[in-house]
Design a binder for this molecule. Structure first.
Ligand code: UD1
Length: 421
């Protein structure tokens, strides 16, 4: 397994290009199960999760060609309705095939994702919504077994008990081929949900309100293949924005839509970082020490949980105490103990972490068990004195395209090395 070795202490400078959005690409690739014909998706990031999704769709009989940044999917023939445990356990978002499979075939057998490192992450809202649309669901031997008596889902009025991103996306796909109108209330408003709505409409669906908390979908009898370029990854962009600021750097993060990062930009500015729109991107200039700044994660458009770990590292370079409150996932502070090993002073009490700055970070061997936590450790390594090794890089590879190449392009001393331990 590879590790990333970083020699810290250098301010980042230059231009970094943001890749396509992972969290938009995953539901969009799965939505190709809804159509007949060959779809072409552009600006798809070169990531492990995309490879896992391709495997999953191939398992269902689709012909998938991955040549990043282009993925083509021929989906005239869907021969299996099963998402096996072996693939689902590699990527929780595999559950995104459930809605499309039920809509296309009237049946689906999808392994339950189970818990993951950052929390229990149940899928009860997905199942409740599909049942309201006429699916009969039972759970056996770790699988979700679903079928639709009569073969076609029917529109329903569905109110989510909590905001769920993939839950909203699953039901949007299911509703696109259902009979009649579906209304999704308390829907997730993330830009990736809005992007899925755009793609479904290109496929010939009728989706209104994606990006707001009420989405209305008129079901269609069939949908057609599309050619679509995926939006930029706001979380990847936000990660480079924080890395630039935290190292006292000056970086143009190119290709990102600043409106997708309003809450992050607001908090960075509050901390004293310069964040300005420039051409097709965002200019970030940071000069530590920063002003202590509190954040609380919440569904979009509030502060994203996927930027929490990175922002916490930035606050290690603030002059005073900041609090970071995690309201989406119950166990998303695994990076704290590793940051403390690097010299940070962070105390966790339930859902809140108190970050006492400024801390003088020192290089160390560290390891994280989730994607964004791993990215935060790379940022800490860039800030620290000496050498940091971030182990279990496969977490980073799930969500950051060529992270070491992009950071090296900004002047960081960073390399990927095989870990034989
Ligand atoms: C998506 C993102 C992930 C991000 C998260 C929150 C993708 C592929 N992943 O994950 O990067 O961190 O949104 O912004 O887009 N919940 C339930 N029951 C359900 C569904 C969710 O209780 O049926 C809870 C979850 O346990 C969690 C919260 O709702 O506490 C939000 O989860 P959700 O929005 O569903 O996250 P994901 O869609 O899995």
């Amino acid at each position: 397994m590879d590790k990333i070795r970083v020699q810290g202490g250098k301010p980042l400078s230059g231009v970094v290009q943001v890749s396509g959005s992972k969290n938009a690409a995953l539901p969009i690739l799965c939505s190709s199960l809804l159509v007949h014909g060959e779809s072409t998706f552009r600006n798809v990031p070169d990531l492990r999760d995309i490879g896992t999704t391709a495997k999953l769709l191939r398992h269902m009989g689709l012909i998938v060609t991955v040549a990043p940044p282009i993925v083509t999917i021929e989906s005239s023939n869907v021969s299996s309705h099963e998402a096996p445990y072996d693939l689902v356990r590699q990527m929780r978002a595999s559950v995104l095939v459930l809605g499309p499979l039920l809509a296309r075939l009237g049946r689906a057998r999808v392994s339950l994702p189970g818990g993951c490192a950052i929390g229990a992450r149940p899928v009860d809202q997905h199942l409740k919504g599909l049942e309201a649309m006429g699916a009969v669901i039972d759970l056996d031997h770790g699988y979700i077994n679903a079928h639709v008596p009569g073969g076609r889902l029917k529109g329903a009025d569905i109110h989510f008990d909590m905001v769920t991103v993939t839950g909203t996306e699953n039901l949007m796909c299911a509703a696109a081929l259902a009979k009649g109108r579906t209304t999704l209330r308390n829907a997730a408003r993330e830009p990736e949900v809005e992007e899925l709505g755009r793609v479904l409409n290109k496929m010939g669906a009728s989706v209104e309100g994606a990006g707001t908390d009420t989405i209305v979908i008129e079901g269609r009898a069939d949908l057609h293949a599309v050619d679509h370029a995926i939006i930029a990854d706001r979380i990847e962009a936000g990660t480079y924005m924080v890395a630039a600021a935290a190292t006292g750097g000056n970086v143009l993060v190119e290709g990102v839509t600043l409106e997708h990062l309003t809450a992050v930009a607001r908090k960075m500015r509050q901390a004293g970082v310069i964040v300005e729109r420039e051409g097709r991107g965002v200019r970030v200039v940071g000069k530590p020490p920063f002003t202590p700044t509190d954040i609380t994660t919440a569904p979009h458009p509030d502060f994203p949980t996927d930027m929490q770990a990175q922002f916490m590292v930035l606050m290690c370079a603030a002059d005073g105490q900041s609090t970071v409150t995690e309201m989406i996932f119950e166990n998303r502070f695994m990076h704290v103990s590793e940051l403390n090993r690097m010299g940070a002073h962070i105390e966790v009490d339930g859902r809140t972490a108190k970050v006492h700055g400024p801390a003088k970070l020192e290089g160390a061997s560290v390891m994280a068990t989730d994607l964004r936590a791993s990215a935060s450790l790379v940022i800490a390594g860039l800030m620290a004195e000496g050498i940091t090794e971030v182990l279990r890089v496969y977490h980073i590879d799930r969500g950051y395209e060529h992270i070491e190449r992009k950071l090296a392009g900004l002047g960081a001393t960073i390399e990927r090395v095989p870990d034989h331990d």
